[in-house]
Write a new protein. Structure first.
Length: 379
């Protein structure tokens, strides 16, 4: 005769019932139940995603919620037709509730107990895509590092010879000829400055880290901007005063945010009286980045954002914004944002941009400085 014993400390499922609606409501991703084209259920994440309450969502049909010809409608029809799960990745989902389409992954499947009904889960690609693209930005910066080392040797040395020869020729030339030799010197200097900027990418030395108050960095950047390139532009602060310190180099962080604020000012233009740049800091727990080659995950809870109401970034440039030599400025080199991505990456953070007309924001997610030194590892 077999005897069944109950393990101490364990409870049967019937003793602690968890309602299905509570489980669905706790999911971090938007979830909808569709029946015959109408929305029958929406969880809390779906309310946030569509910026509508569940009661309002459930009074609408799917065709009223999303844009005409949306891939979401086709996916629901495919699930109902084939009675099987369907996944689609990297779909642009449009809705009258969105200012711009959102990039999402779609997961749809039939509900066995309710024929004809489909459960849809959406996963917004913003954070996953941000991390994926950030790794690409770092790879691009490393490729520029190698190119910079070659340029320093193969270009700067011959240029110095060309410039020296032009100066020698200038001494016994006519005034018209001197104009040409001065042009040679000026263009040689300009190329040398470009190469000098690229050499920064070749600096692979580890950053000397210290606990940096990011608000001191932003205040210094704001002071420089107001006394120079952003004199006519309103700069607004939206700080979280309790934000902890960032581990890194104060000078390099100033370089990053000065570059971003300068770009924002140039996007607004001097002629726009209503131009505004907003500097925001906030604490966002829960954002973590996997470290390649290890099981470690780094927390990135500090968000520093630079927002402007300029013309915005062209849509075709957005995927390549942090790549070297990509620029919208007639006289730009396309190295500024690539250098920003490198410095943020060297600090262990990531950076992303969201842009549409009259709204562009660069968000840097950074680690938090340890309040106490880490204990030494046991041998």
């Amino acid at each position: 005769m077999s005897v069944t014993t109950k393990k101490p400390g364990l409870r049967r499922p019937s003793q602690s019932p968890i309602h299905a609606e509570a489980l669905l409501g706790a999911l971090p991703h938007p979830l909808l139940v569709i029946g015959e084209g109408t929305i029958e259920y929406a969880n809390t994440a779906a309310e946030d995603f569509f910026q509508m309450s569940a009661d309002v969502l459930c009074r609408r049909t799917l065709t009223e919620l999303v844009a005409f010809g949306s891939p979401l409608i086709a996916l629901v029809e495919q699930v109902q037709r084939n009675d099987t799960t369907v996944n689609e990745y990297g779909v642009e989902l449009g809705s009258f509730r969105f200012e711009a389409p959102k990039l999402v992954d779609l997961y749809g499947g039939p509900i066995a107990e309710s024929p004809g009904r489909v459960m849809i889960m959406l996963q917004q690609r913003s954070m996953a895509h941000m991390i994926e693209r950030q790794l690409t930005h770092r790879a691009a910066a490393r490729s520029v590092s190698g190119l910079a080392a070659v340029l320093a040797h193969e270009i700067k040395n011959p240029l110095s010879g060309i410039r020296g020869a032009a100066q020698l020729l200038e001494s016994d030339r006519t005034e018209s000829d001197r104009t040409l030799t001065q042009l040679i010197c000026a263009e040689s200097d300009r190329i040398c400055k470009l190469v000098d900027r690229m050499e920064i990418f070749g600096d692979e030395r580890p950053i000397q880290r210290e606990a940096v108050n990011i608000h001191d960095v932003l205040d210094h950047v704001k002071q420089l901007a107001r006394s120079g390139f952003a004199r006519q532009i309103k700069i607004v602060e939206n700080y979280d005063p309790s934000l902890p310190a960032v581990p890194g180099s104060r000078d390099k962080l100033i370089q990053v945010f000065l570059n971003l604020v300068k770009n924002a000012a140039e996007a607004i233009g001097e002629e726009r009286a209503e131009g505004k740049i907003t500097l925001t800091t906030s604490f966002r727990p829960g954002v973590r980045l996997s470290v390649p080659g290890s099981q470690a995950r780094v927390s990135l809870p500090l968000e520093i954002a630079v927002e402007d109401n300029g013309a915005g970034v062209p849509a075709d440039l957005m995927p390549h914004l942090f790549d070297p030599f990509i620029t919208t400025k007639p006289s730009g080199t396309g190295l500024g944002l690539a250098l920003v991505a490198k410095i943020i990456g060297d600090h262990g953070g990531i950076i992303e941009c969201d842009s549409r007309p009259r709204f562009t924001v660069f968000r840097a997610l950074m680690p938090m400085a340890d309040s106490e030194p880490a204990p030494a590892e046991q041998a």
